[in-house]
Design a binder for this molecule. Structure first.
Ligand code: AMP
Length: 115
């Protein structure tokens, strides 16, 4: 667990509606959505940034991607969504507890890397 807003959501200190939960992760709606579907997939383990993950986390990282696909499908955007991980403040990371952004339900510019 981490002492971030996501750690507090996972521990229940901050109430939040879980779109998905299993023993390894949760999925919640982003409070400031950038698209009609903007879900965060968050591991229960408080890894600060993607680069802080270790070989031990390999299965967990794969699991997060599988859950991202499942949640995207559940939210109706399984055919077209973007998966984003911001790593580090310089890349726009604001919450230092690893999370995957699942973004869908809007047009994406072809070849565009951001958002
Ligand atoms: P990042 O910039 O990649 O660290 O993403 C952090 C995301 O967390 C942002 O998109 C925020 O809008 C979102 N966020 C911050 N606090 C909450 C919260 N309490 N519930 C849901 N999403 C949140």
């Amino acid at each position: 667990m981490s002492d971030t807003v996501f750690g507090k959501i996972i521990s229940g200190d901050i109430p939040s509606e879980f779109l998905y939960e299993d023993e390894h992760c949760i999925a919640i709606n982003d409070v400031n959505p950038q698209a009609p579907v903007h879900v965060l997939v968050i591991p229960k383990k408080g890894i600060p940034r993607l680069v802080d993950s270790q070989l031990d986390d390999q299965a967990l990282l794969g699991h997060l991607m599988l859950v991202a696909g499942k949640v995207a499908t559940q939210q109706g955007v399984g055919e077209a969504f973007r998966l984003i991980v911001n790593n580090g403040a310089g890349a726009g990371q604001t919450v230092f507890h690893l999370h995957l952004h699942v973004i869908g339900g809007r047009e994406f510019a072809e070849g565009r890397m951001a958002g």
